[in-house]
Design a protein around this ligand. Structure first.
Ligand code: HEM
Length: 471
């Protein structure tokens, strides 16, 4: 009898040990996961004041130095986990992207339009993303080179004569026109003027305090957004009548049918057109402004870029002043490295936001459901472990490909930028016209940064430009 008890006792003991080793052992890290280190600041306001009273990159860099690559904070009423490592960013944006949804303030969503793809996840996002990507594919872009070339040439044409130009504002005109070209192909001037006028008001109100008080920038932006819907509706109506199978974004959106044969509504189309214009304009204008500055500050490099671009220009002049060709834009190696290095240095999308849809554990850290998560691209791009002497502007570093997931100027994963090839093409064409036709001087010698909200050189980089002889 005693033997039976002993067997039962040993069997139970084995069960408990197995449970500990196999079952509970697996779940244990979940229980032990703790919030990342960091400070949550003052009640409610958290560390918002610290973030907005200084350069955000200084704020994030100081935190990273103190707490490491993952730390918590509290900003604009939201608890946040910041991620400054390539692996953690990949976890959030790529491998476990389904656990983190995009998140934007409602006031901004109202201005862009709630159906714009970047507010969504899942089936609707995938459908819209395919359409946007299709309209910005390399195949489509090669047909845009001539149009972008003409826009760049005419925008820069007004710069000569040595008068002061606000470089960022001028380049916003360029990126807006290119956005219109990619979205509509050729658009009647009366429509593009109306779109520009009202879009400017939306842009103006985007970063202002959201209120319905008449006369405030936000309220004016909301009213302009309603007018934009009407203008777009008229354009859509005209396009439908013509029954064209255009490959531009509007054509792709109009012709799309889901598996049930359903087309997109006019509101869905309008929201995505405004969304793409918004995503395309300030970002591209900002990087082009930085390039004007970096080339100015690096005269030896400027000479190398100039000789590369002048060789391209000469080959075209010999054939009768042709516009740039697609293959020429694909063969500008030094200028291309300047673009990449500028994207790294300026890191104009310094970070992005997601929200955890469940409690998530990452390397023993708990990211609670509802918390914001911010992959910090700028910190990764400025980490000396990945980019030696990171504050030095050195395009030659891109002769060797960066380590995986360390260079993400266009984000990563399901929401990565579908406009990245268009942006790079536009920037290369702008560089071509800039360096082959102009010399320039900066009006302000100080090198401050203005976050509006993208980092732009202080005051939009006021500069004087003079036309050079084209020989
Ligand atoms: C230098 C210029 C640009 C930069 C640095 C840039 C950067 C980015 C980044 C980092 C994201 C991902 C944001 C996130 O994950 O939260 C993004 C998304 C996006 N970008 Fe760009 N972008 C640029 C130009 C453009 C252009 C020219 C277009 C269109 C013509 C465009 C359209 C979009 C769209 C539609 C999204 C949302 C994609 C989605 O949610 O699936 N961008 N961009």
């Amino acid at each position: 009898m005693g033997g039976v008890f002993l067997y039962v006792f040993i069997f139970l003991l084995a069960l408990i040990l197995a449970y500990n080793f196999l079952g509970r052992g697996k779940r244990e890290p979940q229980k032990r996961a703790t919030l990342p280190p960091g400070s949550m600041g003052w009640p409610y306001i958290g560390e918002t004041l610290q973030l907005y009273s200084q350069d955000p990159s200084v704020f994030f860099a100081a935190k990273q130095k103190r707490y490491g690559e993952i730390f918590k904070t509290h900003i604009l009423g939201c608890p946040c986990v910041m991620l400054a490592s390539p692996e953690a960013s990949r976890f959030v944006l790529v491998t476990q992207a389904h656990l983190f949804k995009p998140t934007y303030p409602k006031s901004k969503e109202r201005l862009i339009g709630p159906s714009a793809l970047f507010f969504h996840q899942g089936e609707y996002h995938t459908r819209l993303r395919k359409l946007v990507q299709g309209s910005l594919s390399l195949e489509t872009l090669r047909n845009l080179v001539k149009g972008i070339d003409a826009i760049a040439a005419s925008t820069l044409d007004s710069w000569g004569g040595g008068h002061v130009v606000n470089t960022f504002h001028e380049l916003k005109k360029l990126s807006f026109e290119v956005g219109i070209l990619a979205i509509f192909g050729h658009l009647d001037a009366r429509y593009s003027e109306e779109l520009k006028k009202n879009y400017c008001l939306v842009d103006n109100g985007y970063n202002s305090f959201p209120t319905n008080i008449p006369g405030t920038p936000y309220k004016m932006a909301l009213l302009a957004r309603k007018r934009l819907t009407k203008i777009l509706s008229a354009i859509i109506c005209e396009r439908k009548e013509k029954k064209l199978e255009d490959k531009d974004l509007l054509g792709c959106l109009l012709n799309s049918k889901d598996e049930r044969g359903e087309t997109l509504s006019e509101d869905q189309i309008a929201d995505n057109i405004i969304g793409v214009l918004f995503a395309a304009q300030d970002t591209t204008a900002s990087i082009m402004t930085w390039i004007v500055k970096y080339l100015h500050d690096n005269p030896k490099l400027l000479e190398v870029v100039k000789s590369e671009q002048k060789a391209v220009r000469k080959s075209n002049d010999d054939e009768g002043n042709q516009p740039l060709s697609w293959s020429q834009t694909r063969n500008m190696p030094t200028s291309y490295k300047v673009v990449l290095e500028s994207l790294r240095m300026a890191s104009i999308i310094s970070f992005t936001f997601r929200e955890a849809v469940a409690d998530v554990e990452y390397k023993g850290h708990l990211i609670p459901k509802g918390w914001k998560v911010m992959p910090l691209f700028r910190n990764i791009h400025h980490n000396p472990d990945f980019f030696s002497d990171p504050q030095r502007f050195d395009p030659s570093r891109f002769e060797v490909a960066p380590k995986p997931n360390t260079f993400m100027p266009f984000g990563s994963g399901v929401h990565a930028c579908p406009g990245n090839e268009l942006a790079k093409l536009e920037v290369l064409i702008m560089i071509h016209h800039l360096v082959t036709k102009f010399r320039w001087e900066l009006v302000e010698s100080q090198s401050g940064i203005q976050n509006s909200p993208f980092p732009v050189p202080m005051h939009g980089l006021p500069a004087r430009f003079w036309k050079e002889s084209t020989s």
